[in-house]
Write a protein that binds this ligand. Structure first.
Ligand code: NAD
Length: 504
């Protein structure tokens, strides 16, 4: 079943009704830039009805560590669209980031950040740049699953899921199609992380073939981000996982010079949130100095997301024309280019005065020329045959000679399961390790049941059952080995579901 992200409600005559949206005025400059933005939305004829919600500093300081009231959650659940001004998270322990809470609990899987040069009104070395970074928002290293395992070693789990990859990659192609973008670039590091980043890449290739009119390419994240920084005009839509996306979206905004002007969307299949990239700027709060452009651009994204692309274009074009006419707030004022320095409120009035006009030099916004429609199909799991073939047992051992622990483990007699190798930080140290390899107190010992009669060059594994693993662990424990964790080894449809050790 297709799932269009947000449907604009119709009344009985088929005419679009005003869409109720949850609006958070935020802290610091938040209320000023929100008032300016809402004024423009109203003047442009946006069919929205704001319902204000309480989030941020006041809520935190009232003793609510999440920074959001129960009533605000209800409004969000009912309205499904949030326009949010920046908030101030009070310093000190115990306050949870509202953005992270919203992202995780509302399933906002895609962070969308369009970054376009506004040359010469905003200084940049890349006047042709016009990139949209689409970052996966819910998984990867940000799951927050971290453990200290030994005195020397801590670990963080990188979780990449097929439904997560399918949603974000599909969103990137649907976005490109909906807004007439020509190319989607996938950035991964699957030369190293063959399973996790490999899955992202594989899903990208699977979905790309469904969009023959959109060019697709994959780049390794290190060279990809270097090229993005050197030649951003070569990129159109970039899709990537959470951590890489976090980094490259800041690189992109920085080199475009537009951190203060960019809006972003956090999109989910049920709820979506739109906001400026910048923070609450307490240093200039209440002074009518703040630039409302970031929030205006976030509102433009919101309108196109809910299908009001014509109004979105009208606002974006009036805003571009205001910049071109040299009407600038203090943060972007330049003596040689600017003509008039204005405050937040006057800037909004100047944009309103230009509604209906288009820019003469900067690229005209044409969101309404695309379909604007984004469909994310529901995830369907393909059943696979899963077979247990071994176990990686992680030991805390403070010795230094891998042969000592290796020879000790070789003599453990657990039905079918035999020690195949030991790695330390992923490098094989037993059997036949190199004496130069530095070893910590964290030893990964791989026990598998190999089919000794198999003729293939690749190891052929025999199926085992979980009781055999329990038996092995009991024996290790009895012999005094300090087991800190285990990782089962599976084959899925006969394919190895685990990476080999370096040198295995
Ligand atoms: P900031 O973005 O608020 O300010 C950095 C600098 O940019 C300041 O000099 C500020 O005056 C200026 N600036 C920012 N937005 C501007 C605008 N629209 N017009 C003119 N100048 C502007 O970053 P910060 O100082 O690191 O953070 C301040 C607060 O904002 C902190 O409490 C932080 O937690 C919060 N914050 C919130 C969000 C959010 O709600 N999404 C995002 C980032 C930071």
């Amino acid at each position: 079943m297709d799932n269009q992200l947000v449907k604009q409600p119709n009344n009985s005559n088929g005419i679009q009704k005003a869409l109720k949206i949850a609006v958070a005025k935020g802290d610091g400059i938040g209320p000023e830039i929100m008032d300016a933005t809402l004024k423009i939305l109203e003047a442009a004829g946006a069919r929205i009805e704001p319902e204000f919600i309480e989030v941020g500093e006041k809520v935190y300081l009232s003793g609510n560590t999440a920074g959001i009231t129960k009533e605000s959650w209800e409004t969000i659940h009912n309205n499904k669209i949030i326009l949010k001004a920046p908030i101030t998270t009070p310093q000190g322990k115990g306050y949870k980031s509202l953005n992270v809470t919203m992202r995780k609990s509302l399933g906002l899987f895609a962070n969308v950040r369009p970054v376009a040069a506004m040359h010469p009104y905003i200084k940049t070395n890349f006047p042709e740049m016009d990139v949209v970074i689409i970052r996966e928002n819910e998984e990867d290293l940000y799951a927050g699953i971290e453990h200290q395992q030994t005195e020397d070693v801590v670990q963080c789990l990188k979780l990449i899921t097929r439904p997560g990859c399918e949603k974000i990659v599909r969103y990137a192609f649907e976005y490109a199609k909906a807004y007439n973008r020509k190319k989607v670039t996938c950035m991964v590091k699957d030369n190293i992380m063959k399973l996790t980043d490999g899955l992202f890449h594989k899903v990208f290739d699977e979905i790309a073939v469904e969009y023959p009119d959109i060019k697709s390419e994959t780049q390794i994240i290190d060279i990809g981000s270097a090229r993005l920084a050197a030649r951003p005009e070569d990129y159109d839509v970039v899709v990537t996982s959470n951590l890489y996306g976090d980094i490259i979206s800041d690189i992109a905004a920085e080199i475009a010079g537009s951190v203060g002007m960019a809006g972003s969307a956090n999109v989910g299949t049920k709820v979506s949130m739109f906001e400026a990239i910048h923070g609450s700027a307490p240093d200039i709060a209440g002074k009518n100095m703040a630039n409302p452009s970031g929030l205006i651009n976030a509102a433009v994204m919101m309108l196109s997301h809910v299908g009001q692309t014509k109004v979105a274009d009208k606002i974006r074009n009036a805003w571009l024309r205001t910049l071109e006419d040299g009407i600038h707030t203090a943060d972007i004022y330049q003596d040689d280019i600017s003509k008039m320095k204005v405050g937040t409120d006057d800037f909004a009035d100047e944009v309103i005065a230009r509604l209906g006009l288009t820019p003469e030099k900067l690229p005209v916004s044409e969101l309404s020329k695309g379909s604007g429609e984004i469909n994310i199909p529901e995830y369907k799991r393909t059943p696979q045959k899963k077979e247990l073939v071994g176990v990686d047992v992680f030991l805390d051992w403070q010795g230094t000679d891998p042969n000592e622990i290796g020879n000790g483990l070789m003599h453990i007699d657990a039905y079918k399961l035999k020690l195949k190798m030991i790695t330390n930080r992923g490098v094989k140290v037993f059997p036949e390790g190199m004496k130069e390899t530095y070893c910590t107190d964290h030893w990964r010992c791989r026990f598998v049941a190999l089919d000794a009669d198999a003729k293939s060059a690749e190891p052929v594994y025999q199926a085992i059952n979980f009781e055999q693993i329990v038996d092995l662990l009991a024996k290790l424990n009895m012999k005094g080995f300090d087991v800190i964790k285990t990782e089962n080894l599976y084959e899925f449809d006969g394919k190895r579901g685990f990476s080999l050790g370096q040198g295995e």
